[in-house]
Write a protein that binds this ligand. Structure first.
Ligand code: ATR
Length: 272
């Protein structure tokens, strides 16, 4: 079978092997998809070894996405803007292409799986770290009317907005500058949820009928999903669908076949 893997550190809890195994079974592709614990001091060496031994593609996760960007011999435009690569593709014996499927995963989960219509909508993206930057270009290409990036450290949001400005209507500000604003969709790309916290945003910044989306996911509702539910979000979604959609896009890049995601998402949602 053709060999693929996900590389990260830590990696034991990655759901990617199960997701890709399900895609392979569904599409009848003969692949083997493993898990690699990357060496924090020699990520590039691990990658070169994997490809030298015949591997055809890698997914890259925390903390190596920026290093993967740097070592790719060529990059897609969306990866270029993201400054991070989550998918490596073997081109030939010496060249590796880097792509980033996170943003398209987010936009497809919202737009296709859940039917969110981005057109004419105002969207608030919380956070200005790697997670936000990773989804910037696909979000701006979703058809949305305006994107606001808000961050605890305002300057980082302004910098990220400046990076996106050539591709769509985007502005940056501090979390403390959202008073009186209303958004149809609020996406949480901060790491606050890792400590079960939510970014400090006004109680009123979700428009009536608006949606919330947490790029994080968990077995129990995330802090930001709970915030959405408590603030009458029409839908308060977590990032499990995005995880499966970004995997599907990687699978498509590698195999030329687009797997169906609905049953895979449902399977992961089941407890146990
Ligand atoms: P990631 O790659 O997950 O985006 P990161 O680059 O470290 O990680 O960025 C973390 C993001 O979460 C930042 O935007 C950070 O805000 P600052 O830039 O001001 O540090 C944001 N963040 C983390 N904890 C937060 C909290 N408790 N409230 C609001 N924002 C938070």
């Amino acid at each position: 079978p053709d060999r693929y893997a996900v590389i990260g550190n830590p990696i034991a809890h990655s759901k990617s092997p199960a997701i890709h195994a399900a895609f392979a079974e569904q599409t009848g592709q003969d692949i083997r998809y493993g898990r690699l614990l990357g060496d924090r001091d020699d990520f590039a060496g691990d990658v070169r070894r994997f490809f030298a031994e015949g591997g055809l593609g890698l997914n890259v996760t925390v903390p190596f996405k920026e290093e993967a960007w740097a070592l790719a011999d060529e990059r897609s435009p969306r990866a270029e803007i993201a400054g991070a690569v989550n998918t490596l593709i073997r081109l030939d014996a010496t060249r590796i292409r880097g792509d980033n499927t996170d943003g398209v995963g987010l936009v497809r989960d919202l737009g296709i799986n859940h039917g969110f219509d981005f057109r004419a909508r105002s969207v608030l993206l919380l956070g200005a770290g790697g997670a936000s930057r990773g989804v910037l270009l696909p979000l701006l290409e979703s058809g949305l009317a305006r994107l606001r990036i808000a961050n605890r450290t305002a300057a980082k949001a302004e910098d990220l907005a400046a990076l996106g400005a050539a591709f769509g209507p985007v502005e940056g500000c501090g979390l403390d500058q959202l008073e009186g604003e209303r958004f149809d969709l609020i996406i949480n790309a901060t790491s606050a949820g890792l400590s079960d916290a939510v970014p400090a945003i006004p109680e009123t910044c979700l428009a009536p009928g608006g949606w919330t989306y947490d790029m994080l996911y968990g077995d129990v509702p995330t802090a930001f999903c709970r915030w959405g539910a408590a603030h009458q979000a029409a839908r308060a979604l977590d990032g499990l669908g995005m995880l499966v959609e970004q995997a599907a896009e990687s699978f498509h890049l590698w195999r030329g076949i687009r797997p169906k995601t609905a049953t895979v998402i449902k399977g992961l949602r089941r407890p146990g």
